[in-house]
Each structure stands twice: as C-alpha cells, then as structure tokens.
Design a protein around this ligand. Structure first.
Ligand code: BJW
Length: 242
C-alpha cells in the first residue's frame, strides 16, 4: 500500500507516538478477536456468561476454566510483525507509548518498553474479595483460593461493569492527550471508556491514523484510515522513517 506523504511527514516530525491497540493487533498471532463474525470470541460465547463479576460468582469453575484455557493458548503464540514494528519504532522516535486493551501480554513479550494495560493481563491472578494480586496458588483447586484471605482467585482482567484500573487509565489519557501521532490499531472501538481515548488525541490536534481491515465508528474521525492487517501495514508505515 502507498503510505500517504502527510503521514510520513507527521511521523518524521513526531516526538511522542502512541499506539492504541485492540484485539486485531494480535489476530495474526492466532489470538481470536471478540467481535469478528464467525471467529470472534463473542460470536461463540456469551460475554454475560463469562466476562462479568456476576458470571464468576454464579459459576466460578466454568469462568476459571475458560480463562485457564485461553491463558494456555496465549502462552503458545508469538508476537507478530505488527508487534515487532512497534518495538522497532522505539529506536526511531523519542517516545513510543502503547496503550492496549489486550490482556495477552504480547506487546511486553515482543520488547515494548512503555505499555499501558487498560483491561488487565491474563497472566496475572488476583483475589476476588480484596483485589490483591497473588503470584502463588495451588493448581489443584479450581478455582484456587487466596493464600491471604481464602477468597476465590480470578484472572486480573477487567470484566463488563468493572472499573478500569485508575492509574493506567490516567496514564492513557495523558499519553493520548499529549502525543503528536496516534495510531489506532485493530479495535472495533465500541467498548467504553477505552473507546473514548482516541478523541483526546483528535481534540489536542494530534495526527490520527487508523489501521484496520474494516471501517469502524472511529474511521471518520481519523486523519487517515488505512484498510488492511496490522502485521502488513505497520512495517510498511515504518519504511517511511528509514
Ligand atoms: C484487525 C485484524 C488485523 C481483525 N489487523 N485489525 C451501554 C450499555 C451497557 C453497558 C455500557 C454501555 N455503554 C458503555 C457500557 C459499559 C461497557 C461497554 O462499553 N459496553 C459496550 C460493549 C456497549 N464497558 C464496561 O463495562 C467497562 N467498564 C466500565 O464502563 O466501568 C464503569 C461502569 C461501571 C459499572 C456500571 C457501568 C459502568 C469495562 C469494559 C471491559 C471490557 N472487557 C473485555 C474483556 C476482557 C477480558 C477478556 O479478554 O475476557 O475487553 S470485552 C473485550 O472488548 C475485551 C477487549 O479489550 C474489548 C475491546 O475489543 P476490541 O479489542 O476492540 O476487539 P474487537 O473484537 O471488538 O475488534 C477487533 C478489531 O480488530 C475489529 O475492528 C477487526 O476489524 C480488527 N481486526 N483482524 C488489524 N489482522
């Protein structure tokens, strides 16, 4: 794809680039998205049965097992060319911040230095009662219990109806409101409050680029909307800086 000249110029001049990423970023690693028809997790499972505090309290075994199987699958995949392009961007731009809705840890595993995790991280486990992150638990109990208070342990991810971690959300707001270029990559942009973050960059005059095979509700607000997979387009965007 021909990368627009304006995008190249704005990237060359940028001191702080933010990449706001969603499930599409990891699709080429083999991690399913949520809302793609046929392959998306929410096409095959009901979010309200698995990704709410109410669902966990109603059926902790099923919810724990579902996350355990996803954790296992994610541990076997690798960062893709899109993740690696964002890692390489760190050597070309003064500051690169990744703000991700993904819980798969692939940005950090790829070597990204500044990563803001809005929806948690599936590799961590915390106590449902006291929210304390726990790093050791018995693999024989399903779900395991907290060694401190005996409460049930759960994945440290943000379910529907739960607040996002306040400190991470503030870091994300600051980054989006202060960057020179925002890349919005692989998100349908329908889950709030995360979906409101790109508007902060639009309002502050940043150059905003969307990378997604499909158009989204955000497409018309972006300065440029590049249609295609991030594993292909992000390395092409980087070529303008070489
Ligand atoms: C590619 C590609 C390739 C494919 N390259 N791209 C109205 C009614 C009811 C509730 C609400 C409401 N308005 C707002 C709410 C609240 C709710 C919400 O937003 N709901 C909407 C769905 C309507 N939000 C919340 O509940 C949040 N908390 C909150 O608001 O707290 C305040 C509050 C408290 C109490 C009461 C009310 C308010 C929390 C949201 C937590 C989201 N959690 C999940 C699950 C995480 C754990 C897990 O993994 O199981 O986070 S849901 C899921 O969606 C996950 C994702 O991070 C998130 C976003 O999805 P994403 O990343 O955009 O993925 P997709 O699948 O949607 O899109 C993929 C995109 O990639 C597509 O566009 C493809 O085209 C593209 N793609 N291949 C590039 N190769």
């Amino acid at each position: 794809m021909d990368i627009p000249v304006n995008l190249c110029n704005r990237l060359k001049a940028a001191r702080h680039v933010v990449a706001f990423t969603g499930a599409g970023m990891s699709a080429e690693s083999g991690v399913p998205t949520f809302r793609d028809s046929q392959t998306g997790l929410w096409s095959n499972f009901r979010a309200e049965d698995l990704a709410t505090p109410h669902a966990f309290l109603k059926n902790p075994v099923i919810v724990w097992q579902w996350y355990a199987s996803r954790r296992e699958a994610i541990s076997k995949v690798q960062p893709n060319r899109g993740h690696l392009a964002l890692v390489q961007l760190q050597t070309m731009i003064e500051k690169v911040t990744v703000v991700t809705q993904n819980i798969d840890n692939l940005h950090k595993r790829a070597g990204q230095e500044i990563v803001v995790e809005l929806h948690g991280n599936i590799e961590r486990v915390k106590c449902f009662e006291e929210n304390r992150v726990v790093d050791r638990f018995s693999p024989d109990e399903v779900p395991p219990t907290c060694p401190f208070c005996g409460g049930l342990l759960r994945p440290d991810v943000v379910w529907f109806g739960e607040l996002l971690p306040a400190e991470e959300f503030k870091r994300a707001e600051d980054a989006c409101g202060q960057c020179d270029v925002l890349l919005v990559i692989g998100t349908s942009g329908v889950v709030y409050p995360a979906a409101a973050l790109p508007q902060l960059a639009v309002q502050s005059g940043a150059y905003v680029v969307e990378v997604n095979p499909e158009r989204t509700p955000f497409s018309r607000h972006a300065d440029v909307s590049l249609q295609g997979p991030s594993g292909k387009l992000l390395p092409e965007i980087l070529e303008c800086l070489m």
